[in-house]
Design a protein around this ligand. Structure first.
Ligand SMILES: NC(=O)c1ccc[n+]([C@@H]2O[C@H](COP(=O)([O-])OP(=O)(O)OC[C@H]3O[C@@H](n4cnc5c(N)ncnc54)[C@H](OP(=O)(O)O)[C@@H]3O)[C@@H](O)[C@H]2O)c1
Length: 321
């Protein structure tokens, strides 16, 4: 089958290890099934893998991709949940210390077909295209859990989203503004700030800008470049929810600010299959559609990786096999 694989990893030249070509068809294990992929979306996770972050080179080559929507072996239209718990785990799979995401231990979704446990399938909302549905399992699910499960913020609160152009960030803007939050954003790009307002953000600022007021919660995926601003933006007792650190993992902790203002720092990763099902229903109820920046044939996947690496993407890049 046609697949996008990581053949080698390199911090300096991540795309040097990217290969678009033939790969063996998946062989489902007992309790697993094979989904025919109709659309798969790209995440920053795929770039981290090519940089060697969280990837043992002995597992290579491996098919990249965490997200897919497609048709299962019973002909049902499904969304694939990417979090694979370890054998015998029960409860919140994001808390399983031995969980993996597709493309970490098992082949991922950037292929004509992918093998997954039966329990990892969620019905695709009929009104949503495969391309839109393929955006839900990582970026949108992460945003859902950050906002609704982990932030403690309530409709009517003001929240700040750092790095507005990203896949997770655009999902936060759309989910938050649709469900009654006042959403402020920062972005390095004037064009992305303008587009964020069109998406539903209330106000958009340059990175580090002084805000009109303190916010109830901040959503962090940028990390080092914005961390200090995130802590300064919070009201006393406010919460910063962090799920990524694209620009650096080790910003100063600024512990004086954390304890003096009683700030809460909450980590967040992906979401459960129940949260993915609720996210799909929420999108149906509100008529929400993930923002797709571009759709490319799977064979032209390299173009999408290059755009993501250059930071030129607003929303999600989707591939169709
Ligand atoms: N924990 C989890 O479960 C989970 C799930 C999904 C994603 N993540 C992580 O969250 C991060 C965002 O993921 P994503 O898929 O949304 O990525 P993405 O689409 O590539 O978005 C990254 C955004 O970061 C912003 N940014 C600001 N300063 C930056 C800098 N110095 N260098 C690079 N980017 C900068 C950019 O926004 P502007 O151009 O608008 O400034 C860019 O759009 C990644 O690190 C990813 O690994 C974690």
């Amino acid at each position: 089958m046609l697949a996008v694989t990581a053949r080698s990893v390199s911090r300096q030249d991540p795309l040097g290890g990217l290969v678009v070509g033939e790969h063996p068809d998946p062989q489902p294990a007992p309790g697993w099934t094979t989904v025919t992929v109709r659309a798969a979306s790209l995440n920053h996770h795929d770039l981290w893998t090519l940089r060697g972050v969280g990837m043992d080179p002995q597992r290579l080559p491996i098919v990249l991709g965490c997200d897919a929507a497609g048709v299962d072996s019973d002909g049902r239209e499904v969304i694939v949940h990417s979090v694979i718990p370890s054998e015998g785990w029960s409860g919140d799979e994001t808390l399983d210390p031995r969980r993996t995401l597709l493309s970490e231990l098992h082949d991922g979704t950037l292929a004509q077909s992918v093998s997954v446990p039966w329990r990892n399938l969620v019905a695709k909302p009929p009104a949503m295209s495969f391309a839109e549905a393929a955006c839900l399992p990582t970026a949108w699910l992460t945003a859902y859990r950050m906002l609704f499960t982990n932030s403690g913020a309530r409709p009517g609160d003001t929240v700040l989203v750092q790095g507005a152009g990203g896949g997770v960030a655009t999902a936060l803007v759309m989910l938050g503004s649709t469900t009654g939050y006042r959403v402020w954003v920062t972005s390095r790009s004037a064009e992305k700030r303008r587009r964020s307002l069109e998406l539903g953000a209330d106000q958009a600022f340059e990175p580090g800008a002084r805000l009109p007021d303190r916010v109830d919660a901040v959503f962090e995926t940028v990390g080092g470049d914005t961390w200090s601003h995130s802590l300064r933006a919070l009201r006393p007792g406010g919460t910063v929810v962090v799920s990524g650190a694209t620009s650096g993992f080790d910003p100063p902790a600024e512990l004086n600010r954390v304890f003096f203002l009683q700030l809460r720092i909450v980590g967040s990763t992906m979401g459960t299959i129940q949260e993915l099902a609720r996210l799909a229903r929420l999108c149906e109820i509100h008529g929400l559609r993930p923002l797709v920046d571009r759709v490319l044939p799977l064979g032209e996947a390299r173009q999408g990786f290059e755009a993501l690496e250059r930071g030129e993407v607003f929303g999600k890049v989707v591939f169709e096999p």
